[in-house]
Design a protein around this ligand. Structure first.
Ligand SMILES: Cc1cc2nc3c(=O)[nH]c(=O)nc-3n(C[C@H](O)[C@H](O)[C@H](O)COP(=O)(O)O)c2cc1C
Length: 324
């Protein structure tokens, strides 16, 4: 059973990958997409997007980080993929699901799901160029406007030579609107000969059990659920081992929040990045935890990192006292 942390542009950067893989449960994570246009990215750019490349392609907890590419020009993607490998990428994933209008306007992401033949050509070109030792996988939605080409796109990915496929079970126009269509993941899994990873709307252990049953997949990717509930993957792994799945109490979560802020500060010591990232995270967590709402309200108007740090330290102490 494999659990994969989803790529999430602007949300799961290297710091969030570091934190979530430390908490545990994940076997693999995937970088935010690196957009490939006409240029060849420098080593500096690859390391900026995926600092894990400088440490054997793994997060500090030792979880492998796959490099995700987004583009439509097979030749340029090939050149860039080879560069990524030269700088340390051990596995490459291709994005055929991004719904962003700017990306789709330039023929990247979900818009390619209208053209299975083009998908096939991209996957094939990359597979032929990459060393055999570097696995190539892809991630797709069910289509752009509709699911008419879903099976054809999945077949194109498999026949192009990818060794794995993640399916986010929605079309582009369905955005993130629930429900995710898990039955479609099963249809795709049954139609292709490569392993399929199920993705979409797993927010609880029960959702995980349901997506596994509906899709029949042995591999599940967790996205927003693992940001909102940072111990979700750990709980799932406990369950899979036959142990009792234990939810973290908020004292433990408060410790992770403080650690996340420290890791952000270590990355960029100015005020803007750490404070903005923390507010973004609490903004998501407050849907699940009242305490996150309380903390969010306390820091909402604060801009100075020093002041936020002081509030976090007090908050962690209070939570610890409450949970003792
Ligand atoms: C903020 C955000 C950014 C995302 N960025 C990417 C990305 O860079 N590459 C990608 O393949 N999918 C991206 N996705 C899609 C997720 O990987 C995942 O497929 C989707 O969120 C559904 O899974 P979930 O319901 O577990 O969140 C993004 C999703 C969100 C919410």
């Amino acid at each position: 059973m494999q659990l994969i942390l989803a790529p999430m542009q602007g949300l799961v950067d290297d710091v969030m990958r570091d934190l979530l893989t430390r908490i545990g449960g994940f076997d693999e994570c995937v970088s935010e997409f690196v957009r490939i246009t006409h240029t060849v990215h420098s080593r500096q750019t690859w390391l900026k997007h995926i600092p894990e490349l400088a440490r054997g392609g793994k997060t500090p907890a030792g979880v492998p980080c796959t490099v995700q590419l987004l583009g439509s020009d097979a030749e340029n993607m090939t050149v860039n993929a080879l560069e990524a490998v030269r700088f340390g990428a051990a596995k490459i994933d291709l994005n055929f699901g991004c719904p962003a209008p700017t990306v789709n306007k330039h023929q990247g992401g979900a818009v390619l799901l209208k053209e299975p033949e083009r998908i096939f050509q991209i996957v094939k070109a990359l597979r032929q160029a990459l060393p055999e030792t570097v696995p190539l996988t892809a991630k797709m939605r069910l289509g752009y406007e509709n699911t008419n080409c879903a099976l054809e796109c999945a077949a194109a990915i498999a026949e192009g030579g990818a060794c794995g496929l993640t399916v986010h079970a929605r079309t582009k126009i369905q955005g993130y609107e629930p429900p995710a269509h898990w039955d479609w993941i099963r249809r795709i899994r049954e139609a292709v000969a490569i392993p399929v990873t199920a993705n979409g709307d797993v927010f609880t252990l029960e959702d995980y059990q349901d997506i596994k049953a509906a899709s029949g997949c042995q591999s599940v990717m967790l996205g927003r659920g693992s940001v909102i509930r940072p111990d979700l993957a750990r709980q799932i792994k406990q369950f899979e081992r036959g142990e009792t799945a234990v939810s973290a109490d908020f004292a433990e979560i408060a410790g992770w929040i403080r650690l996340f802020f420290d890791l952000c500060l270590a990355k960029e010591a100015d005020n803007k990045y750490p404070v903005a990232r923390l507010k973004q995270w609490l903004g998501m967590m407050k849907k699940e935890f009242l305490q996150a709402q309380v903390l969010f309200d306390e820091i909402r108007t604060v801009r100075e990192a020093d002041e936020v740090k002081r509030i976090l330290e007090n908050f962690e102490k209070q939570q610890f006292e409450l949970c003792r």
